[in-house]
Design a protein around this ligand. Structure first.
Ligand code: FE2
Length: 393
């Protein structure tokens, strides 16, 4: 089942590609305008190459050829554009049958509607994808020991270092994370997207994270797909980043103890957190690092007071309509983004930094998060955004 969900974006991209190619073939056969033909052929070639790269996952085999990944990642957007234009064109033709006043009104509306999605997609690719926010999240923990009051934990997740997010952007994120002067830094998985070509570069940048109690992490599903869990763990330990794989580490802050546990990516359809009860430390505040946020109810039952996760990218493309957030992640998890409370436990799901599949973020900007622990009795659960915002350039 987990495999199906991991393939869902590719399946949707392939479907859109096939349908768009059929529409383009019909348009090429129909058009009498010789100047339009080369543009239509170029569009068809773009989508076809993207489709082949998607189906074969061939782009991943040449990690140095970033432009192949860009063709693959933008082809579904081009296919979506073709289908959208086709729908609008059909409306346009239908409006020809209307009386002249109604026709001109319909065409003005169609023109306005036509410009919206392309502008939004361009904004998502060129601006929002690269605009990382610094976010401060207050974590109201019941019975938090006094010595943990105000503890700062910086979280980076879903970096997906590769063609859509380079080492330079990650270096910016690490520098911004260090500005929080964290007591602890955590990395909750998905360092890369596919293949382990970018793994070393990613870990080299993460090695610049500075935190009083060190840098701890857990692995994501993309480390599994790349077969890179063991290598990442080995390289990480060499550079000061300790990946916790069904392990825990007890950290002392004054007279208080924070027990940080980590698990590898927990696959859907299998029991979550098997044998993780032994990672809970009585007498300490227990924090679990799990890439998959779905473990939260089980983690709370086991005695973890805090869970930090990623994986969803906040939906990556998220449209808010009448207060409802529409995004693909909602199909497979109730924990898409933000702070969740379950009796005495708290979960924070970060949108992360990178993108997967398509080089686009919309309504879900990338973020660097600083979690501040507060005693629940005197702090309401709230999330506040730091005014500071950085645009990578
Ligand atoms: Fe991810």
């Amino acid at each position: 089942m987990d495999r199906f969900w991991s393939w869902l974006p590719e399946i949707l991209a392939a479907l859109a590609g096939f349908v768009a190619l059929r529409r383009l073939a019909a348009a090429i056969g129909r058009t009498a305008d010789a100047r339009a033909r080369p543009a239509l052929w170029a569009l068809a070639a773009w989508i076809a190459v993207g489709l082949i790269l998607t189906l074969s996952r061939a782009a991943h085999r040449w990690p140095g050829w970033a432009w192949l990944e860009w063709i693959r990642g933008t082809a579904p957007l081009a296919a979506g554009g073709v289908l959208f234009a086709h729908g609008l064109f059909a409306l346009w033709r239908r409006s020809a049958a209307c009386d002249p006043r109604r026709r001109s009104f319909l065409r003005i509306v169609a023109g306005a509607v036509a410009s919206g999605p392309p502008a939004a997609v361009a904004f998502g690719i060129l601006v929002e994808r690269l605009g990382a926010r610094r976010l401060v999240v207050e974590m109201p923990v019941p019975e938090l020991p006094e010595d943990l009051e105000g503890l700062r934990i910086v979280q980076l997740t879903d970096i997906h270092l590769g063609p859509f997010l380079g080492a330079r952007e990650l270096a910016w994120a690490v520098a911004m994370a260090n500005e929080f002067r964290p007591h602890l830094a955590v990395v909750t998985g998905d360092l890369i997207s596919a293949g382990n070509g970018s793994l070393q570069a990613c870990l080299a940048e993460l090695a610049r994270l500075r935190a009083e109690a060190g840098v701890l992490g857990c692995h994501g599903n993309h480390e599994i797909y790349a077969g890179a869990e063991a290598l990442a763990t080995r390289l990480g330990s060499r550079w000061g980043l300790c990946f916790l794989r069904q392990q825990s580490r007890l950290l002392r802050f004054g007279r208080a103890a924070l027990n940080v546990a980590g698990v590898d990516y927990q696959r859907r359809g299998r029991p979550y957190l098997r044998d993780a009860a032994e990672l809970v430390h009585p007498g300490a505040v227990n924090l679990l690092l799990s890439h998959n946020p779905d473990v939260f109810p089980v983690a709370a039952r086991l005695g973890f007071q805090l869970v930090l996760a990623g994986h969803t990218h906040g939906g990556q493309v998220n449209v808010e309509i009448l207060g409802e957030h529409l995004n693909i992640a909602r199909f497979w998890t109730p924990f898409v983004y933000g702070l969740y409370v379950n009796q005495r436990a708290l979960l924070f799901v970060s949108r992360g930094l990178g993108t997967v599949g398509i080089p686009l973020r919309l309504g879900a900007p990338p973020e660097i998060v600083c979690l501040r622990l507060r005693r629940a009795a005197n702090t309401a659960a709230k999330r506040e955004s730091d005014d500071r915002c950085a645009i990578w350039s």
